[in-house]
Design a protein around this ligand. Structure first.
Ligand SMILES: NC(=O)c1ccc[n+]([C@@H]2O[C@H](COP(=O)([O-])OP(=O)(O)OC[C@H]3O[C@@H](n4cnc5c(N)ncnc54)[C@H](O)[C@@H]3O)[C@@H](O)[C@H]2O)c1
Length: 276
């Protein structure tokens, strides 16, 4: 079976997804939707004559192309509107957009469960980033103190990154209670100690020349443990995106975080297990 994929967003990630999907034998890119673009078509890489339909209205493009899955890399203002159009036509959503609200995720989760429709939302599609998070989970059982330094390119709209927030939540979840914040008597420049989430301080660096990098530092008496992941190219996200496109076809509800597709424990799976 060929999975028909509609891409939402024609920015850097949207174009990378278009390249990746068009190279897969079991997938077909059927269109690109982008509210803000002025282009009328996008040509497939390496095949100059093949044009992919391009529209600004998601509902119209869904009706025209009948996709199985929409892959979305846009903005947190746009993704909820796109999701409504996808839900209307029972199209599965795979979104990597940063900064999506808890309220939106809970609404999407409820609607997907009601319709028995799969969806995947992940703050990071890079395999190494998921492993970094899982290793942080493992370490969090043995340390009381942890801080995160995340570094991104200067074009990133939000801070802190979705990945650092997800990592902080995973650390606290595995630790079983908030981490301990190390006290500083005097902060002469406000914000120097970062933003704190349940005892985990997050420091955000934004500079030209960076792509996406994160270091998690655990500290204990006389030792530190550093877990670091570096993304040097957006291609690093594509294996995770393609995996999500294939897996979402068999899902009947929303999965938050790629770790859920790898069979790793996540906050979501723990809550479901507790409930069950
Ligand atoms: N989950 C991951 O692994 C991962 C990896 C990289 C980037 N991202 C996230 O993906 C998103 C896109 O990243 P990018 O590097 O392609 O950015 P980009 O700036 O190159 O592209 C952004 C796209 O979103 C659209 N857009 C922006 N604001 C909009 C709005 N208000 N309404 C409708 N459309 C809007 C733009 O037209 C463009 O197509 C960002 O949120 C980024 O943080 C996630």
């Amino acid at each position: 079976m060929t999975i028909k994929v509609l891409i939402s967003g024609s920015g850097k990630m949207g174009r990378e997804v278009l390249h990746a999907v068009s190279a897969e034998d079991d997938m077909e890119p059927v269109g690109v939707v982008d509210l803000l673009s002025t282009e009328e078509y996008i040509s497939l890489p390496g095949e100059g004559e093949v044009l992919v339909p391009f529209e600004r209205d998601p509902a119209a493009l869904i009706t025209r192309t009948r996709p199985d899955v929409i892959v979305d890399f846009t903005s947190a203002e746009w993704t909820p509107k796109l999701a409504e159009a996808a839900l209307q036509d029972n199209v599965r959503l795979v979104s990597g957009t940063s900064g999506l609200s808890e309220r939106f995720l809970s609404h999407l989760g409820e609607e997907c469960s009601k319709r028995e429709l799969g969806a995947v939302v992940a703050a990071n599609f890079a395999i190494g980033a998921i492993l970094m998070q899982q290793m942080s989970r493992m370490a969090a059982r043995f340390y009381d103190n942890a801080e995160i330094i995340e570094q991104h390119h200067d074009g990133k709209a939000d801070a802190p990154s979705g990945t650092s927030l997800a990592t902080a939540k995973a650390i606290v979840d595995a630790h079983g209670k908030p981490m301990s914040v190390t006290a500083t008597k005097r902060e002469t420049i406000q914000g120097t100690r970062g933003g704190v989430v349940d005892g985990v301080a997050i420091h955000s660096v934004r500079l030209p020349g960076l792509v996406a990098h994160q270091e998690v530092i655990f500290g204990g008496p006389g030792e530190t443990l550093r877990i670091r992941h570096d993304t040097s190219d957006r291609a690093s996200f594509m294996p995770g995106v393609l995996l999500a496109v294939r897996e979402v076809m068999n899902l009947k509800s929303l999965v938050v975080g790629l770790e859920g597709l790898f069979g790793f424990e996540s906050e979501g799976t723990r809550q479901r297990a507790d409930a069950g």
